[in-house]
Design a protein around this ligand. Structure first.
Ligand code: HEC
Ligand code: HEC
Length: 160
């Protein structure tokens, strides 16, 4: 009986720790790494035309599918692509999406995700509105290496 008991115990314990990890930020967690070592030129060019090209690991696959399916109405602008361009970029985003997202949610804004809000809860509302920042989506204002997927806490610099 003893080995079975230990097996059950370790199974129960194992699943508890796995749950704790996936439950972080209510299951809305960015991936690790946020940017794959193999980037994509078309994505960088097209999705970096109006703002920084947001790394695929910042959102889950379902968010990218939704976003790429509605580029003609992209946050009040038209960011449409040709069908082949859309297919290539969608594949890059979906294949490298967050690998730690467990929630069924699929938000379109990174800045509305639970992990983003928890990581930035120390910042006052007025800080986001500073002239050099303007919007929480302006990652590079405070994370100089944002375009390389570098969001290390030690390298954060908040402009005055
Ligand atoms: C024609 C300009 C334009 C292009 C091209 C464009 N975007 Fe955007 N995007 C916007 C605007 C405007 C916003 C809203 C910015 C804001 O509210 O601060 C936005 C917001 C976003 C956000 C949400 C940021 C947040 O608040 O968390 C994501 C993610 C995003 N875009 C991804 C993409 C992807 C992926 C592509 C390439 C397929 C792309 N964008 C191409 C204009 C563009
Ligand atoms: C107003 C400045 C500011 C902006 C804009 C900003 N951040 Fe941050 N970010 C911070 C600060 C401050 C921290 C927390 C650093 C700490 O805890 O020491 C942080 C932490 C993070 C972390 C956690 C780093 C870690 O090591 O755990 C990530 C990931 C991150 N930000 C991503 C983003 C993304 C993606 C954007 C844009 C969509 C963004 N940030 C926009 C200031 C900013």
């Amino acid at each position: 009986m003893k080995p079975l008991f230990i097996l059950i115990l370790s199974l129960a314990f194992g699943s508890t720790t796995a749950l704790a990890d996936s439950d972080k930020y209510g299951g809305e967690n960015r991936g690790k790494p946020v940017l794959p070592s193999q980037s994509n030129k078309l994505w960088k060019q097209e999705c970096g035309a109006c703002h920084m090209a947001f790394a695929p690991g910042l959102l889950p696959a379902e968010s990218w599918r939704k976003m790429m399916g509605g580029l003609d109405k992209h946050f009040g602008t038209d960011a449409s692509l040709t069908a082949p361009e859309n297919r290539e970029i969608t594949a890059f985003l979906v294949n490298n999406a967050s690998n730690r997202w467990r929630a069924p949610s699929a938000p379109l804004r990174i800045t509305e995700t639970t992990w983003f809000q928890r990581k930035h809860d120390e910042l006052a509302a007025a800080t986001w509105k500073r002239a050099a920042i303007k919007s929480p989506a302006n990652c590079a204002a405070c994370h100089p290496g944002a375009d390389k997927g570098d969001f290390e806490e030690d390298r954060v610099r908040i402009p005055r």
